[in-house]
Design a protein around this ligand. Structure first.
Ligand code: PMP
Length: 457
């Protein structure tokens, strides 16, 4: 257990947390025993906590602060829009300039033929929208039996009822009788964890083939869509084997079902392309977006929709779906400014040609550490596996909580690195520079050493 802070201001905030706040994805009893770390400010790729510690944010918040912290232009854009028109909705045949201009800006960046955007307040709401939109689409097309959406085990598509159901996290499913009916799952392309004796390419093909078996089992006439993250994020940065996406594409081409790419993490530059679908050459019919759309400065999400789907929706009468904050003008103004920054500063191009290759090169050097069984990554997202035995891929017993201990060492030594079980993951702001990448790697190395001494003795 961490010692209680000696700083009275920190203790006061921690008391407020215990007395009044129910934070997301938290074991309340466990947190109340020590209190949360209080983050008070941030600049560039660094955070400061209430104890004055400077911490390199290796997770860009929650994979979202793509342009880094402290961009005045985003604050200005929000303030300007608040003065001009702080709120109006997009219901009842009204609209406002920021939402319309943002829809166009997104269409310009999206894969060809995806020219319309439905706005939401978050990534979860985007995926709820995907579920409702694909079912509505097939009903309008005269095929109302096409309702089932196929997702993947250990995928993350949000924590609303539909988002958690589309996702494949058994912990989420266990709370509240999820998934809801009409959602099925196939295995994830997680070679390190589930590949057994197969080589990665063979494994990639085999798990992709499960999509075809699932479609055939359910009957093509009952399947509406397949949903997947180009790179699974919250599941542990699962970068699929090279054979995986080509095989999935082949199957999607063969059957009359829609493909929804969940780009909530991969979108807006994370892979070195504007969207992960472009990195992998995918042709989605719908793309969920959020996070990097506004660099997390204000909440916003959306679904980018292919022209052919829009043509059908246009024939469907009213789509009974939407949110008070769909296309919120302040969020839209911030998103527009965020996209301007990403474009004009050439941030996505720099990730692709300079900083991501450097990060990936340095990250792979961590594979030499005795505790590391694999390193993997693409663009500005990466993972490493903590193992007991590098060669057999044998894990530590779960009760040793090695990942959690490593995460705590990181926090205490000025680095945010997240743990998914014993998989350590990073997704730093896209603006991280080579000197800061060196800082990240040096701190990660030190924390691996500390973890190794703690668990190996
Ligand atoms: N999809 C993916 C791929 C995500 O990573 C997340 C959030 N981590 C979501 C959906 C849900 O987004 P939100 O938390 O904004 O609802």
């Amino acid at each position: 257990m961490k010692k209680a802070s000696s700083n009275p201001q920190t203790r006061q905030w921690q008391d407020l947390g215990r007395d009044h706040h129910l934070p997301p994805f938290t074991d309340y009893k466990q947190l109340n025993e020590k209190g949360p770390r209080i983050i008070t400010r941030a600049s560039g790729v660094h955070l400061w906590d209430s104890e004055g510690n400077r911490i390199l944010d290796g997770m860009a918040g929650l994979w979202c602060v793509n342009v880094g912290y402290g961009r005045e232009e985003l604050a200005e854009a929000a303030a300007r829009q608040m003065r001009e028109l702080p709120y109006y909705n997009l219901f009842f045949q009204t609209a406002h300039p920021p939402a319309l201009e943002l829809a166009k800006a997104i269409a310009e960046l999206a894969p060809e033929g995806m020219n319309h955007v439905f706005f939401t307040g978050s990534g979860s709401e985007a995926n709820d929208t995907v579920l409702r939109m694909v079912r509505h689409y097939w009903a309008v097309k005269g095929k109302p039996s096409k309702k089932v959406v196929i997702g993947r085990w250990n995928a993350y598509h949000g924590s609303t009822v539909a988002g958690a159901s589309l996702g494949g996290m058994k912990g989420l499913h266990g709370q509240g009788d999820l998934p809801i009916p009409g959602i099925e799952h196939i295995d994830q392309p997680y070679w390190f964890g589930e590949g057994g004796d197969l080589d990665p390419d063979e494994f990639g093909t085999r798990v992709a083939e499960q999509l075809e078996s699932k479609i055939l089992d359910l009957g093509e006439e009952n399947v509406a869509a397949f949903i997947a993250e180009p790179v699974q994020g919250a599941g542990g940065v699962i970068v699929p084997p090279e054979t995986y996406w080509p095989k999935i594409r082949e199957i999607l081409d063969k059957y009359d079902i829609l493909f929804a790419a969940d780009e909530v993490i991969c979108g807006f530059g994370r892979t070195g392309e504007w969207f992960g679908s472009q990195h992998y050459g995918l042709k989605p019919d719908l793309m969920s977006i959020a996070k990097g759309l506004t660099s997390g400065y204000v909440p916003m999400g959306g679904v980018v929709v292919r022209d052919e789907v829009v043509e059908v929706l246009n024939q469907g009468g009213e789509f009974y779906h939407g949110f008070t904050y769909s296309g919120h003008p302040v969020a839209a103004a911030v998103a527009l400014e965020n996209i301007r920054i990403l474009r004009e500063e050439g941030i996505v191009e720099r990730v692709k040609s300079e900083t991501a290759p450097y990060l990936q090169h340095r990250w792979r050097q961590l594979a030499e550490h005795p505790l590391v069984g694999e390193t993997r990554g693409v663009g500005m997202v990466a993972a490493l596996e903590l193992v007991k035995n590098k060669h057999s891929r044998e894990r530590f017993p779960a009760e040793q909580a090695v990942g959690m201990r490593c995460r705590e060492f990181c926090f205490d030594n000025g680095l945010v690195m997240r743990a998914v079980g014993d998989t350590m993951i990073i997704a730093p702001p896209l603006v991280i520079d080579p000197v800061e990448i060196d800082e990240l790697i040096a701190k990660a190395h030190k924390c691996l050493d500390l973890t190794a001494s703690a668990v190996l003795g």
